[in-house]
Design a protein around this ligand. Structure first.
Ligand SMILES: Cc1cc2nc3c(=O)[nH]c(=O)nc-3n(C[C@H](O)[C@H](O)[C@H](O)COP(=O)(O)OP(=O)(O)OC[C@H]3O[C@@H](n4cnc5c(N)ncnc54)[C@H](O)[C@@H]3O)c2cc1C
Length: 296
């Protein structure tokens, strides 16, 4: 196995163009597990750790440009206000050691349906900045996941950054695991309220071949909140609306039975998490200096 150690982003792109089968390594918390267990024996490893800019972020007017290798611990510490859903999801990843090494670029590279960043990215809205010697493109997160552990990257492309919409309202993340830490999700749910556009976005993890949005649930809730004047009044969402939202979220799952849980349990748990995250975010929204005239 050859170890390529580019000193700059341009060198990394050139190396990937020359060796499209080279496996990038950032934190290594997925790659090294695969190599250690002999699940993968790449001809080339492309070490991205000398490229400092991958560990930097910029907070812009509308979005945060998050370098591919920014570790979860930095997101938790520095971007809690701008990216609350992703910060909450980061908290649930593994242990402090893994959170200091692993990042969103690696999570996207692996594209596991159980990756914790995905539901938060889907709910917030994001674009993946992919680059090769041929140029740069922004891949909408909704089209990034193409199959079980497959993504939309071309063989010569690397992820440079992820552009994540800054929160304009409350966001929540919920994960079911067999214990409280160091656990891969049995299933997970992310929810973001977007009061500016009066929309709600969701993300479901580990309950379908890829991370997915619960689109019917979103459409139902968007219509119900609009028709009922909920955004203006900030009144409590009725149990009937919350129940239907949960049922539709549950219906968006296409899970399997595996060692971590049954398909039936996953569908059930996603419904529960959908209802809870809706309740939590809506309470936050109601509490954020809103006029509560007409509140139920
Ligand atoms: C003990 C343990 C517990 C874990 N628990 C969790 C958990 O709770 N939740 C969770 O989501 N994950 C978990 N993981 C998995 C892992 O930590 C995450 O997926 C993490 O985000 C990977 O980031 P990394 O930088 O270490 O990626 P790496 O291992 O370096 O890379 C992962 C994949 O992404 C590719 N890649 C990396 N950077 C780029 C780039 N810039 N461009 C293109 N491709 C790239 C690599 O080639 C590889 O295919 C766990 C891992 C371990 C070992």
């Amino acid at each position: 196995m050859d170890f390529l150690r580019p000193a700059s982003w341009e060198e990394a792109l050139a190396a990937k163009a020359e060796h499209p089968t080279a496996v990038p390594i950032a934190g290594g918390t997925d790659v090294m597990v695969e190599i250690n267990f002999d699940h993968r024996r790449p001809e080339y490893l492309l070490d991205l750790n000398r490229i400092g800019e991958l560990s930097e972020w910029e907070v812009g007017q509308e979005s945060v440009r998050l370098g591919a290798s920014v570790p979860y611990s930095a997101i938790m510490e520095h971007l809690r206000t701008e990216l609350p859903g992703l910060a909450l999801a980061s908290h649930t990843v593994a242990s402090p050691q893994i959170r200091n090494r692993g990042g969103v670029g690696g999570n996207l590279g692996t594209a596991s349906p159980a990756g914790d960043a995905h539901p938060a990215l889907l709910a917030a809205g994001a674009d993946v900045e992919a680059e090769s010697v041929r140029g740069t493109r922004l891949i909408p997160i909704d089209t990034f996941y193409t199959g079980v552990k497959r993504n939309a990257l071309e063989p010569d492309e690397l992820i440079r950054a992820v552009h994540i919409r800054k929160a304009d309202g409350p966001q929540q993340y919920s994960k079911v695991g067999t214990r409280n830490a160091m656990v891969i999700a049995v299933c997970a749910f992310g929810l973001a309220l977007h009061p500016e556009t009066r929309t709600v976005r969701t993300g479901i993890g580990s309950a379908a071949p890829t991370p997915v949005r619960a689109r019917e649930a979103e459409a139902f809730l968007n219509a119900a909140l609009e028709e009922g004047g909920f955004w203006e009044s900030g009144k409590i969402i009725t149990p009937a609306i919350a129940k239907q939202f949960a049922a539709l979220a549950s219906g968006a799952c296409n899970p399997i039975d595996d060692v971590r849980g049954t398909a039936k349990y996953r569908r059930h748990a996603v419904g529960i998490m959908a209802r809870r995250t809706l309740g939590w975010t809506w309470e936050q929204y109601r509490g954020a200096g809103r006029t509560l005239e007409g509140a139920a």
